[in-house]
Design a protein around this ligand. Sequence first.
Ligand code: SER
Length: 585
Amino acid sequence: MKAIDIRNKFLNFFEKHGHKIIPSASLIPENDPSVLFTTAGMQPLIPYLLGAKHPEGDKLTDYQKCVRTVDIEDVGDNRHLTFFEMLGNWSLGSYFKEEAIKMSYDFLTKELHIPVEKLSVTCFAGDEDAKRDTVSAECWKKVGIPEERIYFFGKDNNWWIAGEEGPCGPDTEMFYDTGKQACGENCNPSCDCGKYVEIWNNVFIKKKKKPDGTYTKLTQRNVDTGLGLERMAMLLQGKETPYEIEIFAPIMKRLEEIAKVDEIQSRRIVAEHLRSSMMIIADGGRPSNIDRGYVLRRLIRRMTRHLRKLEIDLNEISNLVDLYVENLKEMYPELKENKEIIKNVLIEEKNKFMRTLENGEREFNKAVERIKKEGKNKIDGQTVFNLYETYGFPQEITIELAKENGVELELEKFDELYKAHQEKSRLGAKQKFKGGLAEQNEQTTQYHTATHLLHQALRQVLGEHVKQSGSNITTERLRFDFTHPQKVTPEELKKVEQIVNEQIQRDLKVTCEEMSLDEAKATGAIGLFESKYGDKVKVYTIGDFSKEICGGPHVERTGEMGKFIIKKEEASSSGVRRIKAILEK
Ligand code: SER
């Protein structure tokens, strides 16, 4: 069964069982610069798991685009993916364990026709925070899973939380027995040997973990489930790796044809990172040196490095994008819609990387000259690390060059510096994730409204082609990325600034209305029309000046905002400009 057919079957099944189908949210969490990417289907639904009313009701189902980058270095093996699709069904205070388990079982055995003998399940063993989940185990028995294939494990395996805090609870996981030889007497689903593959997770969310590590009880009992689409397709198609399913197969084949070096790991890395990068770019992500932009940069650079390793002409990137778009356009129409932007961003980033490589090589050669003069044959660890940190020069390439030049590298010292650096970035990333539901305060709220004024003013001055492609707000400034083919002239900027300040002086009232997406479109509201959590959206209206779809919050009247000053206008990426502006009191 093809992945898209599994997706459709899933959505239809849950629709038949009273769920509303909602669209995938963007990979880039909206209005939330503090979270890198959407990492699970439940993430955009957190407010509703915590008790907010979802406009589509209390039973939802969707497919969600996800990016997880903790395993980026593992991509190339036979299972890790950075982009994947997660199918999910949710009960927001409606059904609980029994119904959820029965539906999971029926979907797996009756819709996907997986023989029950192939299924094992795991349940939470219990600890000081929550009881042993005998209820789930009983439900599994009732539907037909024999006791010997029901396992109990602790928090490490059977407890789910996104990051460090937030909604969480015990889960019950379903495993598919690949039929491989057990690795030993104690082989079980928690084992990594490859016999058992996790296919679906049902999380029973009744609690919320607080930053201090304690738990509070939620007002409602929720179910959150996640089924990894690529993995399911792989198993149902009897394949050993996701790279053999129809999503990746045509690209893998093409790479094999055009590569001069036979290296399957590199082919997988190229195929995987290219898909992830395309999906992120289609959702508005652009490479940069921080946060999500940096992740995208790493993906594109790693892909480029492996294309080089395969000795594939880098001009092929454009053809590979064409091939992917053709193959995936039904699953992700946004790829087709953004094909040219995707190509431009990839090519521009590839070119930048090639310049980095040239600079790095020059520095490397200088280091070689220096040590030769000093009568040495080893480049010190600090220099190797500087090449990596300051010049962005990949370590593998340093090693390759060292070999070619017959010099050694002080790698122990490099490792030490590298580890310290990694730890620092890891803590930074964790901090970002923790900030999940970013706090809103007076300043950020004012900047948020200023962004709407800026957006509309830009459209009036530059034209209707101006569309938001990114926004980042701190308490000190706003940053707004938008589509526009050339530099905005100083006169145009002045005009924009003036229009925004006029609207502030008019002390316009800001109002908010909820309506369907179609109604919103009909009112002429601007903003991101796709990838909303539900069909109902909020439209913020600022006097007679702006109407925009947005989650809020906003100021009540524009008069309280202070003076709007544009500080900088620059290129963000090809066809995208960036404005930084402040509100002065
Ligand atoms: N949140 C759970 C997961 O990501 C189930 O959807 O596995």
